[in-house]
Write a protein that binds this ligand. Structure first.
Ligand code: ADP
Length: 236
């Protein structure tokens, strides 16, 4: 379980997170949603130790992550923007990441096959399309078989077939008992994969629960309208 206690983050005068308390249960898929600038990336990066909270604590398997780093070996992270070195080939990058993580990788051959990346293995990253880069990004994330997976906008740039493959992959990982945290602007995708929604608004958790609970709370017939109704209220 990941426990977030009183998480608070300020950048200068900008209060981004204003006391977020959340327990993320094991083996669940949780979607972190909210309008642009609501602090989703800041929240995720706090869990990863890439952002230092101004106040509060994050407890991973009963231990605070403050001044810890080993726990990060248990997390596979897909960043929103992957800045790959343009001069490396896909194969070279895969090998470099394996060396860097010094962790036994799962079957990356199966991932190459799943996303049909074979023809690109010897191509330079700088010459790949955005969608192919995202498939490489996904491969590098799912290659290590860690118990926690954090995906920041995983669908970005994917063609319909790759999107189906990604959903299959997430489903397989869930069945293996992984805990998965996702941010996405694509409501259909969230609806298909998430067990629970956490909606951030003005630095706090506005809603936490299932999609059907959200529809009930907002009195809306479908998920998209439920989210839209929160956003229109907050912009009003
Ligand atoms: P989201 O992922 O929901 O779009 P972010 O966490 O990226 O939100 O950003 C929340 C707010 O924090 C924004 O106003 C953004 O400008 C600000 N912010 C994010 N990172 C930094 C940073 N490193 N320095 C200063 N401000 C930041």
């Amino acid at each position: 379980m990941i426990e977030i206690r009183g998480l608070y983050k300020k950048y200068g005068k900008n209060e981004v997170l204003k006391g977020v308390d959340l327990a993320i249960e094991e083996k669940k898929i949780v979607a972190v949603l909210g309008p642009n600038g609501s602090g989703k990336t800041t929240f995720i990066k706090s869990i990863l130790g890439m952002v230092l909270p101004s106040k509060g604590d994050i407890i991973m398997e009963g231990k605070s992550i403050k001044k810890e780093w080993k726990y990060r070996n248990n997390i596979d992270y897909l960043p929103q923007i992957a800045n790959f070195p343009n001069n490396l080939t896909v194969k070279e990058l895969i090998n470099m990441i394996k060396d860097l993580r010094q962790k036994k990788s799962a079957d990356d051959g199966a991932l190459v096959e799943l996303f049909k990346l074979e023809p690109f293995l010897n191509k330079k990253l700088g010459n790949l399309s955005g969608g192919t880069k995202q498939k490489v990004n996904i491969l590098l994330t799912f290659m290590f078989d860690s118990p926690i997976i954090i995906l920041d906008e995983p669908t970005s740039g994917l063609d319909p077939i790759s999107l189906i493959r990604l959903k299959e992959l997430i489903d397989t990982e869930k069945k293996k008992g992984k805990t998965i945290i996702i941010t996405s602007h694509i409501m259909n995708f969230v609806e298909e994969v998430a067990d629970e929604i956490v909606f951030l608004l003005e630095g706090k958790i506005y809603f936490k629960g299932s999609i059907s609970e959200l529809k009930e709370k907002t009195n809306q017939p479908d998920f998209e309208h439920a989210i839209a109704s929160i956003l229109t209220q907050s912009y009003a």
